[in-house]
Design a binder for this molecule. Structure first.
Ligand code: ATP
Length: 410
């Protein structure tokens, strides 16, 4: 008898055996029987009383559903490609388009390093809210919760209101979490200190805690400042699953955060994560990151604005940004930036080889668009399961609303 049959028999014998259902789901998925796997895993999740095991089941279910969706997307993309090939206009521009198509190469991603220096203030142009497209509700929340305490210290003191607690931004990659944190610092004329958790973690006992303490001390000394912890899930990765070594870091982090009074210390703590479900619950309590804010992919208006912002100052014809925005559903701000960069790179390459200079045009951008897929879909598909099975206390209500609105296309 094969493993699947054996597990199926176990489930038949005891339909409430969630462990057997879980293993059956995994086995079915390994054998490419995705739909049956999804069904088995969903039932296992619904009947499982153990939270840790339930999270493992959700992860497995997510893996399977993302795989199914990816296969579907590949099929759709291939069908679309076939259609596009049939529909390529045969006009005077076609040879150029063909030539450019052969020249398109994958973009190299620039990863910023800081030479091992664990904590350095960024020395780049100040960014403010006017550089950030869309995200209007988020801007309002940040104004109320972060910027006003900076400028109305007396008011908060009068009501003996301790201004503390951090804001935790979460959402798909490239949608502006870091960018809006940086812009917040710009709005407050504060120093912006981005910290990558992985840069402060050290295998020697006590060193990570010391690094972390140093960071908070320095931010207090250099006030006003905004401390921005990226990938905060790395620090708070469910304490029950982390080693005793990382536990010390979490405790230091919590006590440092609680020790901050924004109105006197003038230090604000912001953090971001792509996986809020992996962030330790202790970090989400009052006085800590008690405000989780979903940073959604930009809507059509915001996408148009991002195109305009990213095209600003480039040698370009009048670009139909509305058309570009309409064709880029689920594109993140970073995806749009990539499209503009790629179109510019291709044009420069063309100018260098032909010696004929010309401005960037709509066609360049549409062509670059063809080689960029929306990068937020995978995250949104993953989030679906967490929203469905792990939305305790309505933590992910905003994501749920977003998913419901776009359910037919995700
Ligand atoms: P990750 O989770 O991968 O760290 P993120 O959400 O922090 O991603 P950012 O690093 O803030 O994303 O965004 C990447 C780039 O995309 C920004 O530097 C910015 O140029 C552009 N971008 C993203 N969102 C916006 C926006 N709303 N307006 C303008 N530019 C944007």
């Amino acid at each position: 008898m094969d493993k699947i049959n054996w597990l199926q028999q176990m489930v038949e014998k005891d339909p409430n055996d969630h462990q057997a259902r879980y293993w059956l789901g995994k086995e079915l998925a390994d054998n490419g029987r995705y739909m049956e796997a999804i069904q088995s895993l969903s039932t296992a999740i619904a009947t499982c009383p153990d939270d840790d095991l339930k999270m493992d089941m959700i992860k497995e279910l997510t893996k399977v559903s993302v795989q199914v969706q990816q296969e579907k997307s590949v099929e759709t993309a291939e069908a679309a490609k076939d259609d596009a090939e049939v529909n390529i206009p045969k006009g005077p521009t076609t040879p150029l388009v063909n030539e450019l198509q052969t020249k398109i190469k994958p973009m190299l991603k620039v990863i910023r390093g800081n030479g091992g220096n664990k904590f350095e203030q960024e020395e780049i142009r100040e960014v403010t809210f006017s550089d950030v497209a869309g995200l209007d509700d988020l801007k309002k929340t940040i104004h109320l919760r972060i910027i006003s305490p900076f400028f109305n210290k007396g008011l908060f003191a009068k009501f003996r209101k301790k201004v503390g607690g951090g804001v935790l931004l979460y959402g798909p990659p490239g949608c502006g979490k870091t960018f809006i944190a940086r812009a917040t610092a710009g709005e407050c004329n504060a120093r912006f200190y981005p910290v990558r958790i992985t840069d402060i973690l050290d295998p020697y006992i006590g060193v990570s805690e010391r690094n972390l303490k140093e960071i908070f001390d320095k931010a207090r000394f250099q006030k006003p400042s905004i401390l921005f912890f990226d990938e905060v899930d790395t620090i708070g990765f469910s304490r029950s699953k982390s080693s005793s070594n990382t536990r010390g870091v979490i405790d230091t982090f919590l006590s440092e955060m609680e020790g901050i009074d924004t109105s006197t210390d003038e230090v604000l703590v912001m953090a971001a994560t792509n996986t809020p479900w992996d962030v330790d619950h202790a970090l989400k309590r009052p006085g800590r990151f008690d405000r989780l804010i979903f940073v959604a992919p930009p809507d059509e208006n915001a996408r148009e604005e991002i195109f305009k912002l990213k095209l600003h100052g480039r040698f370009a014809e009048e670009i139909n940004t509305a058309t570009l925005a309409a064709q880029t559903e689920f594109f993140s701000g970073a995806d749009i930036e990539n499209v503009v960069e790629l179109a510019s790179e291709n044009l420069i390459e063309e100018i260098l080889s032909t010696g004929v200079e010309r401005p960037l045009n709509n066609e360049d951008l549409l062509l670059a668009l063809q080689s960029q897929q929306p990068s937020t879909l995978e995250w949104l598909r993953t989030a679906k399961n967490y929203v469905k099975y792990a939305n305790q206390g309505g933590l992910y209500n905003d994501v749920e609303k977003y998913l419901r609105k776009h359910s037919r296309r995700i």
